[in-house]
Ligand binder design. Structure first.
Ligand SMILES: [Mg+2]
Length: 349
């Protein structure tokens, strides 16, 4: 039985436990003073946020559209809700910020099961609570076609300290967190497409039902790198930063373009994800061009020592920033070619 809009808002409100007027949010106990207060949340015409002096606001908005970003026959509702918010949190991480409030606009097709909506919301709200961020408002409507969700995440960063894409300089080293290509590998397997042959799985095709989300956590439940982004900003390790949503080749091109620089990457250094069951390492092409890993790609000024792990997350140097405007890939043996930015298509359809 589908929910009426009023019932849906009531449900979201109960599930989100909207903070009472004056409730302080955004501060995991013992970590730091409240970054921001939500003075009024769900139930009023607007949310009222009070920012502190010396801080700047970060605002990011991301669509999650059925058939473009997810498929209901591939993604459990928990994954759809989780990824919806994780995308926004990852953008806040990429600025070195701290998330402080979340807004969700949701349009649902007539006839969608209540249980789907509940599982979607529960998962999204669980992730929000993990980062101590309240769901502070949003909108609901009926959708003419498919589930449409738009997430808005508000964050804060100390004044003038947001890590931009434009801060890279020639001589900076290029680093990436975690591993790349794992999310795209899941999509290829679910698609059972010819593209799956580019994985080191002998070209074996799999049906969607064979894909276990636990074998592809980076796709179904990507961990937003909030703590890592904050640490990189606090320690002034990142001169420029972006999250890998479109794929390394495309995201590095964005960073280089904004900074007016070029880059050289060392192919053997690029950390390729191990995914599937049994776990296998993805091919270089997926690590270079596969999107939606939500890792942090950043450059460190010459002379800054960057640890190989930060907060349990592996940090790998993969190249250097150069004076030219082009991006080159060095691959073995002594082979160099210009790296084409092959934007990650949302090819779920
Ligand atoms: Mg981003």
């Amino acid at each position: 039985v589908p929910l009426s809009e009023k019932a849906l808002i009531g449900k979201i409100r109960r599930m989100a436990k909207s903070p009472a007027r004056g409730g302080a949010v955004g501060s995991p106990v013992g970590v730091s003073p409240p970054a921001l207060r939500v003075l009024a949340g769900i139930g009023d015409d607007c949310a009222v946020l009070r920012t502190l002096a010396g801080q700047e606001s970060l605002i990011t908005t991301d669509f999650s559209l059925e058939g473009i970003h997810f498929r209901r026959d591939w993604h459990p509702p928990e994954s759809v809700g989780y990824r919806c918010l994780a995308r926004g949190l990852s953008d806040i991480a990429a600025m070195g910020g701290k998330p402080v409030a979340v807004f969700l606009s949701l349009a649902l097709p007539r006839g969608l099961r209540q249980s789907w909506v509940e599982r979607f919301l529960r998962s999204l709200i669980n992730l929000a609570e993990k980062f101590a961020v309240p769901l502070a408002g949003g909108d609901t409507s009926e959708s003419p076609n498919g589930v449409l969700a738009d997430i808005i995440v508000v964050g804060v960063v100390p004044k003038g300290k947001a890590v931009l894409r434009s801060g890279a300089r020639p001589g900076d080293r290029i680093f990436v967190s975690g591993e790349l290509g794992g999310s795209a590998a899941a999509v290829l397997h679910m698609r059972g497409a010819r593209g799956a042959r580019s994985l080191t799985d002998g070209g074996r095709k799999r049906k969607p039902s064979e894909v276990n989300p636990r074998d592809y956590l980076r796709h179904f439940y990507p961990e937003p790198r909030i703590e890592l982004g904050r640490k990189l900003r606090e320690d002034a390790l990142a001169a420029a930063m972006i999250d890998t949503s479109d794929g390394l080749s495309t995201d590095l091109a964005h960073l280089c373009e904004e900074s007016g620089v070029g880059a050289e990457l060392d192919a053997p250094l690029i950390p390729r994800a191990r995914v599937g069951s049994p776990a296998r390492q993805v091919d270089l092409d997926l690590a270079l061009h596969g999107g939606e890993d939500y890792e942090l790609l950043f450059t460190a000024p010459a002379g800054k020592r960057v640890p190989s792990r930060i907060g349990g997350v592996a940090i790998t140097q993969i190249g250097v920033i150069t004076r030219g405007r082009k991006i080159f890939l060095h691959s073995r043996p002594n082979l160099t070619h210009e790296l084409e930015a092959r934007g990650w298509e949302h090819f779920l359809g």
